[in-house]
Design a protein around this ligand. Sequence first.
Ligand SMILES: *Cc1c(COP(=O)(O)O)cnc(C)c1O
Length: 391
Amino acid sequence: MSEGIQLFIPKYRIDECLAEIKECLEKGWTGVGFKTIEFEKEWMKYTGLPCAHFVASATAGLHLAVRLLKEQGGWEDGDEIISTPLTFVSSNHAILYENLNVVFADVDKYLCLDPKSIESRITPKTRAVLFVGLGGNTGQLAEVVKLCKKRNLKLILDAAHMAGTRFNGRHVGYDADVTVFSFHAVKNLPTADGGMICFNEPELDKEVRKWSWLGINKDTFSRTVSQGAYKWHYEVESAGFKYHGNSIMASLGLVGLKYLDADNSYRRQLAAWYDELLAEQIERVPVAPGCESSRHLYQILVDDRDEVMLALNDCKIYPGVHYRVNTAYEMYAHAADSVPRASVASERIISLPMHMGVTRLDVERICSTLNEMSKVKPKAKKTEPVARVAT
Ligand SMILES: *Cc1c(COP(=O)(O)O)cnc(C)c1O
């Protein structure tokens, strides 16, 4: 036995990826345009969302989402967005980039934002809610949508884990003002790096295409294919960012998208095996009713989490933690006492291995190890657990 069972290993259909990339190289077109446009079109077709713009990362997309909603809504510096503390820090950094305040609300049993807690945090300065579909779960998103409508708040959906998640049969994103997906190397549709920002208003989609390319109001591709003089004569409307994606990454995305549903259904199969084989007393994070989850994560809750992680590492099983509650970081520590449920969960969660290379046999081994441990508590050790906390 060699590397053991890892949390995530991305799977690429290498020959198909190389064929797409070869097209870019032969055409001499590796930048924005060409495959990025093709990928955006395929993404809209797949999700049914009205707009999609391919960007360099979900972090870039989240920043642009906050930026454009702020501009459109005339929000002021110091206005507030209610967000979850149980996420990758990039969700909350995106709010800070635009000089807005992060107000944390607490999570529910799905480890997603609890609508009741959101409601209790609304002030006259609240402008939006940033909802993270943790692990691909929709949680109580439908309730949050209602609340945002009622209280006239914008809804930003951080769907970094939700590529392929449906709610009542429909791909998520249709009822948020903006939805941002991630194609980072360990997400369900990996392109090395990349993201998709999907506004519901076409006006904002037009706007974001300029903002992702330094405020330039025409993209290179349409400039090159357009005929006539003055094609170099573009306008620069704002100090935009260099956030757009490129055709090489879009090539990987186009191939990955073809397999996304099949891969996700294998992830759901893995989840069903975990459900079946884990001892009853081991607590799991449930999937919300009506949600067909992308199953980016399969999370359990245990006491003595760090000990359990070490013991699993000893058996060459390498799970992860999603996430350390953000209020544990100094920059967000001011809100540490305001999110007890997230704080407790942060000490107890484990994400079990979920990728195309995990087999039924692996799941059997992981579950029997965990089941043994849930009977006899392992002794504490001094070394650090090998947890993949990053993304
Ligand atoms: C990975 C992740 C992001 C950031 O995605 P990048 O594409 O790496 O920028 C944002 N939010 C959540 C919840 C994530 O897991």
